[in-house]
Design a protein around this ligand. Structure first.
Ligand code: DCP
Ligand code: MG
Ligand code: MN
Length: 328
């Protein structure tokens, strides 16, 4: 599937205005239904191989209803959308979109800041006291976090982490997940999954917490990790700086017997995960980042089924196997 804004998508201008309308629904009106509806229509148009010539033609696509068809006609006739012009002029949506570019700032927080008169990143820098720890780090590295991470750099970090962990214990296993595992040329952050054969799900969470601490400390020591946003018993969120640019780094620890469900979840994409979980439910299974469980006739999930590979999860729920590259 092509990205809605990709230049080689013959309908990219329609997709762009739909995505802008979507953002506005989420950020200003807090209407997730309309947000999803616009995004779905944009995805349909992006998947369509030829240039759409009218609203009527567009309305044949999945997720494109009468209202969106009218907007396509208006855009084809006038080259713009009155609704969008108004949104841009009003300025609330664009200001909120700007503020939500800071890691840790969601639409609600952005609206709160907007109501305090803060409109731009420059103005936000004068009001750091309004931000929590995560948001301050987001602001501190604002420019760096906007930069995409090339595959090569992630590969180098993988090698560094792998060699550090081997020094701690040769049995540590690491897998870089997220968009990197899906084969993307560039990623927004690095998603590192760690497991160890001696750590199983029947052990207390303190075991996971200790492993995570050990890993994070080692990476701080070599000055790869520079900041911690948050750290719990299974998840670290923070910052690493392999070269000149600071990068967002997520680390998860999983028990060895939950590794395949963890790797599947952490590889994503988030849309793919939603699809696959819905498919699992249709086949009377419940799937999450920990395990796959059959749902009995009473509607209660049973014990987790044993899983021998990622593919095995697809087999249980009768879902055609997809390579990581195909999970977008
Ligand atoms: N994930 C999910 N649902 C969420 C957030 C994450 O299922 N709400 C899963 C699927 C994601 C994976 O975790 O692919 C990693 O999350 P990221 O936010 O790092 O997303 P990606 O790695 O897919 O993309 P990016 O390149 O932007 O980091
Ligand atoms: Mg990622
Ligand atoms: Mn991530």
């Amino acid at each position: 599937r092509k990205a809605p804004s990709s230049e080689d998508n013959p309908n990219h201008d329609f997709c762009e205005f739909l995505m802008e309308l979507a953002e506005n629904e989420r950020n200003v009106n807090r209407n997730i239904h309309k947000y999803n509806a616009y995004r779905k229509a944009a995805a349909s148009l992006a998947a369509h191989a030829t240039r759409i010539k009218s609203g009527k033609e567009a309305s044949k696509l999945e997720g494109v209803g009468q209202k969106i068809a009218q907007k396509i006609d208006e855009f084809l006739e006038t080259g713009k959308l009155a609704k969008l012009e108004k949104i841009r002029e009003d300025g609330v949506g664009p200001a909120i979109s700007t503020l939500t570019r800071v890691s840790g700032i969601g639409p609600a927080k952005a609206k709160e800041l907007y109501d305090l008169g803060i409109r731009t990143i420059e103005e936000l820098k004068l009001h750091e006291n309004k931000l929590n720890h995560h948001q301050r780090i987001g602001l501190k590295y604002f420019e760096d976090f906007e930069k995409r991470i090339p595959r090569d750099e992630i590969k180098q970090v993988e090698e560094i982490i792998s060699s550090e962990l081997t020094k701690l214990d040769k049995d540590f296993q690491i897998t870089i997940c997220g968009s990197y595992r899906r084969g993307k040329a560039e990623s927004g952050d690095m998603d590192v999954l760690i497991t160890h054969p001696n750590y199983t799900s029947d052990m207390p969470k303190s075991k996971s917490e200790a492993l995570l601490k050990q890993v994070v400390s080692a990476l701080q020591k070599i000055e790869l990790i520079t900041d911690t946003i948050s750290v719990g018993d299974v998840k670290f969120m923070g910052v690493c700086k392999p070269k000149d640019t600071a990068r967002r780094l997520d680390i998860r620890v999983t028990p060895i017997d939950q590794y395949f469900c963890a790797v599947l979840y952490f590889t994503g994409s988030d849309m793919f995960n939603k699809q696959m979980r819905a498919h699992a439910l249709q086949n009377n299974f419940t799937l999450n980042e920990y395990c796959l469980r059959p749902i009995g006739s009473t509607g209660v999930p049973g014990a987790p089924v044993p899983i021998s590979s990622e593919k095995n999860i697809f087999e249980y729920i009768d879902f055609p196997y997809k390579l990581p590259e195909e999970r977008n």
